[in-house]
Design a binder for this molecule. Structure first.
Ligand code: GAR
Length: 218
C-alpha cells in the first residue's frame, strides 16, 4: 500500500475580503490541492476574510500594523507567528502592506502573491483605473513569487481579459477577481506538488523556466 502524502501546511495573509483565501480553501477542502491552511493572519482586525477562516475552523490571528511604530517590529511579530506554523508556503491574498527585504528574504522562494494587473505592467495600487486610463486593450491578473522589488518578482501565471467598451474600474475588478480565483489555486497546487520553484531569480515549473503561462478569458 502506498502511504498518502501528508497535506502541505500553508499560512495565508490577508487584509480584506478574503475571496482568494476562500478559493484556495475550497480547493483544499475538495482535495484539488493537497494542502491545509494552518492559519490565517490579518493586519486588519475587521478583515472579512477572518470570518471565512473562522467558519472553516482555521486558527486566525491579527497583527495590527498600527500597533507598531516601526515596520520591522510589525514584521518580526508576523514572522514569529508564521514560523510557529512551519508552513511550506506563505500565500499573500490581498495582504496590503509593503514588506521589507529582510522579511521577503526570510521567505524567499516560498512566498507568493496575487496582483491585479498583467505584471510587469501596473505595479502598485489602483491598477484597474490605471489600465483604463492608459488605453490598453488587454488587462488581467498575475501570480508571482515575492522578491524585495515591490510587485517585481518572477511571474508564475497570468490571466488576461479584454477591456470592453463601457468598462469601469468596478466591472474590471469583478471580472479580474473571477480569474484570480482560478489562477491562484492553480499556482498553489503546482507549488504543493513540488512542481514550482524559484531558482536564481527565475520561476521554474517542472524545472523549466516559466516564459508565459496565460489563461485567456473573454
Ligand atoms: C485581489 O484582487 C488582489 O489582486 C489584490 O487585492 C485583492 C484582494 O481580494 N491585491 C493587491 O492589490 C496586492 N497588491 P480578496 O481579499 O477578495 O482576496
Amino acid at each position: 500500500m502506498v502511504a498518502a502524502i501528508p497535506p502541505q501546511p500553508l499560512v495565508v495573509l490577508i487584509s480584506g475580503n478574503g475571496s482568494n483565501l476562500q478559493a484556495i480553501l475550497d480547493s483544499c477542502t475538495s482535495g484539488e490541492i493537497n494542502a491545509e491552511i494552518r492559519a490565517v493572519i490579518s493586519n486588519r482586525p475587521t478583515a472579512q476574510g477572518l470570518e471565512r477562516a473562522r467558519a472553516a475552523d482555521i486558527p486566525t490571528h491579527i497583527v495590527n500594523h498600527s500597533d507598531f511604530k516601526e515596520r520591522r517590529n510589525f514584521e518580526i511579530e508576523l514572522e514569529q507567528l508564521i514560523d510557529s506554523y512551519h508552513p511550506t508556503l506563505i500565500v499573500l491574498a490581498g495582504f496590503m502592506r509593503i514588506l521589507t527585504p529582510t522579511f521577503v528574504n526570510h521567505y524567499l522562494g516560498r512566498l507568493i502573491n496575487i496582483h491585479p494587473s498583467l505584471l510587469p505592467n501596473f505595479q502598485g495600487l489602483n491598477t484597474h483605473q490605471r489600465a483604463l486610463d492608459s488605453g490598453v486593450k488587454e488587462h488581467g491578473v498575475s501570480v508571482h513569487f515575492v522578491t524585495p522589488e515591490l510587485d517585481g518578482g518572477p511571474v508564475i501565471i497570468r490571466a488576461t481579459l479584454p477591456i470592453l467598451n463601457g468598462d469601469n474600474a468596478d466591472t474590471l475588478a469583478e471580472r479580474a477577481q473571477t480569474q484570480e480565483h482560478i489562477i491562484y489555486p492553480q499556482a498553489v497546487k503546482w507549488y504543493t506538488e513540488g512542481r514550482l520553484a524559484l531558482h536564481n531569480g527565475q520561476a521554474l515549473l517542472d524545472n523549466q523556466p516559466i516564459v508565459q503561462l496565460e489563461k485567456k478569458f473573454s
